[in-house]
Design a binder for this molecule. Structure first.
Ligand SMILES: O=C(O)CCC(=O)C(=O)O
Length: 235
């Protein structure tokens, strides 16, 4: 049988359910992202990336979207933006003051192409991808530091998130960095670039360290897309 990331994820889950894991599996941590080399080839495009942190893995990628794709996604979402909510219960909270919307899965050709590209980069089958979320921040708006995975007490944790990619649609005049306080990393949005990180480690401490937030925008606007991957298929 050909081993795909999908099979790998399901096998790991089966083993956990059975309470069986070998000593080497317990000790070994693996990255989901194929982080060998400084460039990833996706279709006919070379996507350069820089590792900003290895455990947990935080990678900054350039040229994930073209300028035209960024502009088109802003155009397609701007009339559908609503005040952002948080957690699986979808509640309004001061943690997150941006506005946002979700595209339906493969809602149109552009979204379909981009979902497939992001899944390829994230090295997870597109069936594990939540609908693409678009966020817009105006001055003063932010997303305070949080984890993307659900707490074990949440119903959503039975098919938890395992990795995230935040893609930047524009350069922000001032503020709006994505920051990881536990890792002392801050990423300045560049049009078409992205930050990727994952939290599918055996060691919960590594997962905890992916705490991150969107710093308040001081001047200008900030537009991003967030792609979350789940451990099991969602479509
Ligand atoms: O806006 C950002 O820089 C981060 C967004 C984010 O943390 C998220 O969507 O989970």
């Amino acid at each position: 049988m050909k081993i795909t990331p999908n099979h790998h994820l399901i096998n790991v889950e089966e083993q956990i359910n059975e309470g069986y894991r070998t000593e080497p599996e317990k000790a070994a941590e693996q990255h989901l992202f194929d982080a060998d080399g400084p460039v990833m080839i996706v279709g006919d495009t070379a996507i350069p990336f820089t590792k900003r942190h290895t455990w947990p893995l935080v990678v900054v990628l350039e040229d994930v979207l073209s300028c035209e794709e960024c502009d088109q996604l802003i155009q397609l979402s701007m009339d559908r933006m609503k005040r952002s909510k948080i957690s699986s219960d979808r509640v309004v909270n001061q943690m997150r003051t941006s506005s946002g919307m979700f595209f339906e899965e493969s809602e149109n050709d552009l979204v379909n192409t981009i979902e497939k590209r992001l899944a390829k980069i994230m090295n997870i089958p597109v069936e594990h991808a939540e609908g693409l979320q678009i966020l817009k921040y105006t001055p003063g708006q932010e997303y305070k530091a949080h984890h993307d995975y659900f707490l074990p007490t949440s119903k959503a944790a039975s098919n938890n998130r395992i990795s995230t990619m935040v893609v930047y649609f524009n350069e922000v005049e001032e503020g709006g960095e994505t920051y990881f306080p536990a890792l002392n990393i801050s990423i300045t949005p560049q049009k078409g670039s992205a930050v990727y990180f994952e939290y599918f480690y055996n060691d919960e401490e590594l997962n905890n360290q992916t705490l991150h937030g969107g710093a308040p925008v001081i001047k200008g606007e900030k537009w991003v897309a967030t792609q979350w991957m789940r451990r099991k298929s969602v479509r």
